[in-house]
Design a protein around this ligand. Structure first.
Ligand code: FBP
Length: 257
């Protein structure tokens, strides 16, 4: 029922445009396509191609209040910069209440780093986010990225299946995970997640759009619910970003296993 906020037609499919990389990676991510430093570039793509929503941190959401308000906002509640290279940790920066009441969030998101030293704190913070989101009636998307010195291979099939299962166990509506490398492994991740829907995390921009779209087709074929993609869209020049957006949204909407 909560997912209706993002999917009024009840398609069970989602294509999010991720735009929290300014915090998570820094502005170097915008250099391949300088207009992408402006959130308007991303909002226009989301509006024109019917993405399920854009992923913003609190500050970007505040700066763009009233800009294309028809584009659903998924507010990322925690985050970190990547200057510190120690064990990963990501703390709550925005409450569910502020995201919903002040920023008009249709959904909230939170990154978990299972395996990291701070795993326990992130799990309990996330569990509280799930409870708060229930009281405000919004769905929760978990970015689940096993990571840290205890996790030598963060995209191993058993690690990705564990990631989606953690999302299910903790109450996420949608889990966003990295590509484990093949169809069978992604299918395992979807099975492990049970009622939690699983979407692909976009990843580094591929040379050719087709390489990315082929992976997305496999995700959908394996039972995945879609994608949350950033760099593979907005690091391309406007004409190409538009072309790949059209294909991503069409694929997510129409491809059935
Ligand atoms: P991309 O599609 O650009 O890979 O974005 C997906 C995403 O999850 C972003 O929401 C987030 O900023 C970033 O990847 C974090 O990636 P990582 O922690 O692996 O550097």
């Amino acid at each position: 029922m909560y997912l209706e906020k993002l999917d009024p037609q009840g398609s069970g499919r989602f294509a999010f445009l991720a735009y929290d990389q300014g915090l998570e990676h820094g502005p170097a991510d915008f250099r391949p396509n300088p207009p992408s430093a402006s959130p308007r570039f991303v909002l226009e793509l989301a509006r024109d191609y019917g993405y399920s929503g854009v992923v913003f941190q609190q500050g970007v959401a505040l700066a763009t209040q009233g800009v294309y308000p028809e584009v659903p906002r998924l507010i990322k509640l925690n985050g970190r910069a990547n200057l510190y290279k120690g064990e990963p940790d990501s703390r709550l920066l925005c409450s569910v209440e502020f995201a919903v009441r002040a920023l008009g969030a249709r959904a909230v998101g939170y990154t978990l780093y299972p395996g990291a030293e701070q795993e326990g704190r992130m799990f309990s913070e996330f569990a509280q986010v799930v409870r708060d989101a229930r009281s405000f009636g919004v769905p929760v998307v978990a970015w689940v990225y096993p990571r840290g010195k205890a996790v030598p291979n963060d995209t191993a099939p058993e690690v990705i299946a564990y990631a989606t299962r953690i999302a299910f166990e903790l109450g996420a509506d949608i889990a966003k995970v990295k590509w484990p490398g093949d169809f069978e492994s992604f299918r395992w991740a979807c099975e492990a997640a049970q009622t939690t829907r699983v979407v692909l995390s976009g990843g580094v921009k591929t040379e050719e759009p087709k390489e990315f779209l082929d992976v997305l087709s496999q995700v959908l074929e394996a039972g995945g619910a879609g994608v949350a993609v950033g760099r593979n869209v907005w690091q391309r020049p406007a004409v190409e970003a538009r072309a790949i957006s059209k294909e991503i949204v069409a694929l997510v909407r129409t491809h059935r296993p």
